[in-house]
Structure formats: C-alpha cells, structure tokens
Design a binder for this molecule. Structure first.
Ligand code: ATP
Ligand code: MN
Length: 431
C-alpha cells in the first residue's frame, strides 16, 4: 500500500492505494472514480469490457461518494486528469460503503456548518487543516529555538484579567467566581521567576456577544512571557514569530495555498521587510491625513480604523503606546508620558485585524494596586499575583497571538470560523 503522492512519484507500473471516493462519473462503458487520501487526489478508471463483471458492478453501484476503497491498478501520467496521473483499475475493494452522502454541490454556509464533521473532508478544509498544523509546529519551534520553555496555566481560573464582559462563569461545585481562562497571563507571570522565558499554546475562552468574522468563543492562544524583556524585545519576538510562521507555511504548504487560491505574493511581501511600527498618536495623524478619519484621543481603535490602517501597508503594523484608559491594568506606563502605556497591537495586512496583543508589564506593586482600583477591581482578589511584584520583581513582558486569526490571514479566509475544525461562537455550539 502507498499514498497517492507516493504512487504519483512512482509514476508508472503497478500501484495500490487507499482512500475515499471524492467524485465519480459513470457511463455505459467507463467509470471514472476520483480517489482522495490525505496526500492528494487521483483519477481511477474502470473499463467495462476489460474487467470482471463483479468489479464493474462494484464500480457502478458501490463506489459512491465518500465510500472508502482500496484500488489496485497501473498508474500512468495523463495531462487531462485532475492531478495529471491516472490509474487503470485492475482490482477494487470496497471497504466502507457510503450512500447518499449529504453534502452535494452548492450548499449554504449554514448547512455546511451543520455538516462540519463531514465537511472536514473537503479539499478546502483539508488544506486549511494542513496549514494549521504547520502553524502550530512553527510556533513551538520558534519559541524553543529562542530558549523558551513550554509552560501551562490552569484553564479554571479564579481571577479575571481581560475584562468581565467576556468572562465565562462555570458552575464549580456550586462555588462562585470560577471562570474559564481568557489568557494564561496572571498564572504565567509567577513562573518567569523560575523559567525566565516561557510560552504556551492553549485554548482561551471569551464570551463574545458580537457576531464578527474575527471572534470565536473558544480559540487557541499562543502566549509568551519573558523576564527582563524590554518593550522592544516583546515587539521583536512578535515580529520574529510571525515571520517564522509565514515563512514555514510558504515553505511547506504551496499546494494548499494554491487550493485555497491564496495570493502568495502578498504573503511573501508581508514578511520580507521589517514590520511598520508606529505609536497610537501617529496612527491618529495618518488616519486623519490620509483617510479623513478623525479619532478623539483616548478612544480605542475600532475595526474599521484598523482596516484603513492595514490598507496603507503590506506588512503587519505594530501600534504602540496606547492611552492608558483603553488598556489592561497590568500594562506599564510610559516613563516619559504617563497618559500612555507600553502596550502594542499587531495589525495584520489585508484587513485581518489584530493578531497579537502584548505589553511590557507594570513591575511596581503600588502602581498595579492603584490601576486595579481605578478599574473597579479589588486588589485583595489578586494577592497571589501581587506577590510577583513583592518578591524580586523584575522588568518583564509578553504577548498573546490568536492562532485562528493568523491562520485566517495566512490562508486568506473570509471568516475565522474556517480556521478551526469545530468553531464555537455565540450562535454555534454543535456539532
Ligand atoms: P479584539 O479587540 O480583536 O477583540 P482583544 O484586544 O480582545 O482583541 P487580546 O485580549 O489582546 O485581544 O488577546 C490577544 C489575542 O488573541 C488578540 O490579538 C487576538 O489575536 C486573539 N483574540 C482575542 N479575542 C479573540 C476571539 N474572541 N477569537 C479569536 N481570537 C481572539
Ligand atoms: Mn476582544
């Protein structure tokens, strides 16, 4: 047995492959069966007069869409076939029958979402899932090659970090104040005193009530935290990571990018140069000058504004020094301008929005306590966290990257939902 890819590499002679019927077309004399496995597709032909009666009947009656089959035959190059090779079948085994496969042509997005468990077999989803695997591998490799340890935080958490409005409360044996993780951060910072440089890829949960093409309620979050890191270091790690991810996909997934009809040139130019870096104030100026968009100082950037900004450049844009009021309590004040903080958002090209959010962390305990109170939080709830500033506090920082946001951008998807096998949103929790 061999994969379709291996059979095509062999190119001529006897082959045996196995997979699923991707498409079929039958006439009085011929059956054309396109077989799919995880590596490729290949057209297989049965000619009525040249095979035993039983084989012809199986080909006609039982080799239906998504039936699993083993094909034995002779392979040869054939320019007109979908993958430019063809197999003349000498024997056909039907392993698992499949009758009336529900997904036929021209189905609505909602129907395909209901049939997600079967739609995963489509060429589009298969291509995305392969790229997704490359992206996860690249994240692990990047951090490990840069001296980071993989570290894990709890997903049941008792403090909130990114704002109460998107917290998922859980019934934890009837006790109050238990939430699903929105981020690993508060539980990661204590570990930098042991490991210094750490990262994770883990699910984060956010009760997003908005129906955007960028928000899931469960997404995979690649996060890093590093002791002694400066604000510049954080941005450099983010840029390095994105370049590593995109570079790896360009190297390994040309076929998949082609199946997805991705404009590969745009992806290449996004990572060839240094990323654009500008402060929030500079963003306000450039949006005013070039797009006639006026943003009141102190307001967060909205999706439409981030999109306008992304249209001006072909690389990601790192926006720094946001007004304190729009960012989380743990971000460090700029020493030269206490109205802004050392937070940075990475805005993806081509209107894919924010893909990384990061910051230098406030290392001073009195500052943190003050910011918590200003944001209506009780510092007594954060005692374990405040200990990180009490015993050997160090300058440090980190970021979080939304893996599905990056996959959506790299694959050129219309919606983040296709970047994950079983998307979860306010309106979708099945299958
Ligand atoms: P946004 O403003 O786009 O909702 P955020 O400011 O809430 O993002 P952070 O809290 O900084 O995002 O989270 C870090 C990263 O996680 C973001 O840069 C983004 O890539 C990703 N992310 C955040 N929320 C979601 C979500 N609901 N679904 C998918 N990815 C998300
Ligand atoms: Mn959000």
């Amino acid at each position: 047995m061999m994969s379709i890819k291996e059979a095509m590499e062999q190119g001529t002679g006897q082959v045996s492959i196995r997979g699923w019927v991707h498409r079929e077309r039958k006439s009085n004399q011929f059956a054309f069966i396109i077989v799919r496995d995880s590596t490729n597709i290949i057209q297989c032909i049965v000619e009525k007069d040249k095979v035993p009666q039983r084989l012809w009947e199986d080909a006609i009656q039982r080799a239906t869409i998504e039936a699993s089959v083993i094909v034995h035959g002779t392979i040869r190059p054939e320019k007109r076939a979908p993958s430019e090779y063809e197999i003349d079948i000498t024997d056909l085994e039907i392993i698992g029958e499949s009758h009336e496969f529900p997904i036929t042509k021209d189905q609505s997005i909602e129907f395909l979402a209901d049939m997600r468990h079967l739609w995963l077999r489509s060429r589009k989803m298969t291509a995305i899932l392969k790229i997704r695997s490359t992206v996860f591998g690249a994240i692990h490799d990047y951090f490990r090659e840069n001296g980071f340890y993989e570290y894990h935080s709890p997903l049941f958490q008792s403090v909130q970090c990114e704002g109460g409005s998107t917290l998922f409360k859980v019934d934890y044996f009837g006790q109050k104040d238990v939430f699903l993780a929105q981020t690993w951060q508060l539980y990661a910072e204590p570990a930098i005193f042991a490991l210094e440089k750490i990262y994770t890829i883990a699910p984060s949960f956010r009760a997003e009530k908005s129906k955007t093409s960028r928000h899931l309620t469960e997404y995979w979050h690649a996060e890093m935290e590093a002791a002694w890191a400066t604000f510049d270091d954080i941005q450099n790690y983010g840029e390095g990571l994105l370049k590593c991810i995109v570079g790896r996909v360009l190297e390994k997934n040309q076929d998949e990018l082609r199946i997805l009809k991705r404009d590969i040139k745009k992806l290449e130019s996004a990572v060839k140069k240094s990323f654009v870096r500008m402060t929030y104030d500079e963003v306000l100026n450039i949006l005013k000058d070039k797009c006639k968009i006026e943003i009141e100082w102190g307001k967060d950037l909205r999706t439409i504004e981030e999109d306008e900004l992304s249209k001006m450049f072909d690389t990601p844009i790192i926006v720094t020094n946001y007004p304190k009021a729009v960012k989380a309590f743990y971000m460090k004040e700029d020493s030269k301008n206490p109205t802004v903080v050392h937070g940075c958002d990475f805005i993806a090209p081509e209107c894919y929005g924010e893909i990384i959010g990061g910051s230098e962390r406030e290392s001073d305990i009195t500052q943190i306590e003050k910011r918590l109170r200003e944001q209506g939080e009780d510092p007594n709830q954060y005692l374990f966290y405040l200990d990180t500033r009490k015993y050997g506090s160090v300058p440090h920082g980190g970021f979080g990257l939304g893996v599905e946001r990056v996959i959506a951008w790299v694959c050129g998807l219309d919606n983040i939902k296709d970047a994950i096998p079983f998307p979860r949103t306010m309106l979708r929790k099945t299958p």
